[in-house]
Design a binder for this molecule. Structure first.
Ligand code: NAG
Ligand code: NAG
Ligand code: NAG
Ligand code: NAG
Ligand code: NAG
Ligand code: NAG
Length: 460
């Protein structure tokens, strides 16, 4: 006969077992190989997650203390909502930051991340970080998820993902204004020398989904008029994909992704097919964009631990260097240098570009960009930009940017710029950078949970 006491113990045990099994199932499910979704014509541009299970908070956000939420005109009938340093002193401002939110479209949080990094750098008297700065963070609303939060003139997108590729908004009704046009409006604002007579430096910053936009904006954005004395900088952290100028792709393992079965691999956002240009500047050829791009001050910031395959999992993205964003971005550095025809040592960078033709004839073999690898950072804007290397990429002059980790065999690693990197060399050309610390962590978590489950089962 079962006493009531032992029966309640049994039900408590089954409860515990149920919870453990659920946890184990979800941990193990995250490790399961991610299959590429079937690719439809619109997929290169459209929502990857129609149900929005990504953790977006759709409530009306709180304006961070020290900021206000303003509306900046793009055209006579469209404007962009932007978090902005409250009561800015425009006349004395020397620096402006445009911090792009990530996939979750949380501009308020991103404003705070950059404002805090800046405040700390100013306090530490970091070169290039000054209190006469204005921090802004544009907010791209979703018509589906943010209704009631934006005004009739503010831009909003029917698809929560297309702003990352610079595509057009759907509100105000009838608009064809894009996220690139919104960034160009911010650039025009801060480069207006009548309003900002002391402006010296304008910096666009992005991470993740925001870095996808800034990576592409660094290529196609208006830039400053020739003769401008202002300096313009783009800081791009851990995007899932970048805009390739040619049909070459660094991934050669057709078991991961194959051009032959990936017809959209060069469609715009991944390549230039069907790119339409921007409002500020007519469409140019990929080679013309590249010739201008190599002269721009672009800093690529890569979290060395950004290895989970939870970003863009289409074949178009995988062809850019595999499953992990880190590998795609290190392979992108190989690609940019190879296309520009620089003499950078690319030993140990992942990817291969057999037979690729360089465009040194339009670059003079130069590339004014920097690559900074933050060894300890995961896919996390705060980790990346509060690190010594990330802070350096944000504020230092090009020649002083800390480069962080470099692969084993790379010839120009100075002790001053190298982070501690016990696994240096693991991204070597002959090893597989895809075997990642992130997935080891997931495997460990799964095994621990499985052990708990079997203990619970044996107790029953
Ligand atoms: C400074 O510029 C901002 C943004 O355009 C504007 O809202 C504000 O009124 C300006 N401040 C002054 C004192 O003109
Ligand atoms: C280019 O314009 C066409 C026609 O308006 C549009 O269908 C297409 O989506 C645009 N391409 C991009 C990448 O925005
Ligand atoms: C956008 O609309 C404006 C005015 O409605 C038009 O002049 C312009 O050509 C359009 N641009 C694009 C890229 O369709
Ligand atoms: C530069 O070289 C590339 C590759 O050889 C060639 O396709 C292109 O036409 C050249 N461009 C110019 C401006 O000479
Ligand atoms: C390459 O050199 C030519 C001739 O000096 C110059 O006109 C051009 O602007 C240079 N291009 C780059 C990207 O440096
Ligand atoms: C290493 O790189 C730095 C910065 O790019 C450069 O100033 C230095 O001359 C390089 N050293 C060697 C040995 O190539």
């Amino acid at each position: 006969m079962i006493s009531s006491r032992s029966s309640s113990t049994m039900s408590a045990m089954s409860m515990v077992l149920f919870v453990l099994l659920t946890l184990a199932a979800s941990a193990c499910a995250q490790m399961a190989p991610v299959r590429s979704r079937p690719v439809r014509a619109r997929d290169a541009f459209s929502d990857q997650d129609p149900l929005n299970k990504e953790g977006e908070d759709h409530g009306k956000p709180t304006v961070p203390s020290g900021a206000s939420l303003v509306s900046l005109p793009i055209t006579s009938d469209a404007s962009v909502a932007t978090y902005w340093t409250a009561n800015p002193n425009n006349a004395t401002a020397t620096n402006a930051y445009i911090m792009m939110h990530g996939k979750l479209r949380d501009g308020a949080n991103y404003w705070s991340v950059l404002d805090t990094v800046l405040e700390q750098a100013v306090k530490a008297k970091h070169a290039g970080a000054v209190s006469t700065s204005i921090v802004t963070a544009p907010q791209f609303y979703s018509t589906r998820l943010n209704s009631g939060q934006y005004t009739n003139s503010q831009i909003a997108f029917a698809d929560t993902n297309v702003w990352q590729a610079g595509e057009a908004a759907n509100r105000p009704i009838g608009t064809n204004v894009t996220s690139f046009d919104a960034l160009d409006a911010l650039l025009a604002e801060f480069s207006d020398t009548a309003k900002y007579p002391n402006m010296k430096q304008i910096t666009f910053v992005g991470h993740g989904g925001g870095a996808q936009l800034i990576s592409r904006y660094a290529v196609v954005g208006a830039g400053l008029p020739s003769g401008s004395k202002i300096q313009l900088r783009y800081v791009v952290g851990d995007p899932s994909s970048n805009p390739y100028f040619t049909l070459d792709r660094p991934l050669q393992d057709t078991s991961v992704a194959d051009k032959a079965t990936c017809p959209l691999y060069n469609r715009w956002r991944y390549g230039f097919d069907r790119f339409n240009g921007t409002r500020a500047a007519p469409l140019m050829t990929p080679q013309q964009y590249f010739a201008r791009f190599v002269t721009r001050d672009v800093r690529w910031v890569v979290g060395y631990q950004d290895t989970t395959n939870d970003g863009d999992d289409t074949c178009m993205a995988k062809l850019q260097g595999g499953e992990a964003r880190r590998d795609r971005n290190l392979a992108w550095w190989r690609y940019l240098n190879t296309l520009a025809g620089t003499n950078q040592d690319l030993t140990g960078f992942p990817g291969a570009l057999p037979g690729m033709t360089s465009w040194a004839n339009v670059t003079n073999s130069t590339l004014a960009h920097r690559l900074t690898v933050v060894y300890d950072a995961d896919h996390n804007a705060q980790e990346v930009y509060t690190s010594i290397e990330g802070t350096s990429a944000l504020f230092d002059d090009s020649s002083n940017v800390q480069l962080g980790w470099r692969p084993q065999g790379w010839r120009n690693v100075t002790t001053a710029t190298q982070t501690k990197s016990p696994a240096a060399g693991s991204a070597g050309a002959n090893s597989s950078p895809a075997a990642t610390i992130g997935s080891y962590r997931a495997v460990a978590a799964c095994m621990v949970l499985a052990a708990f489950v079997s203990i619970a089962v044996s107790l029953l």
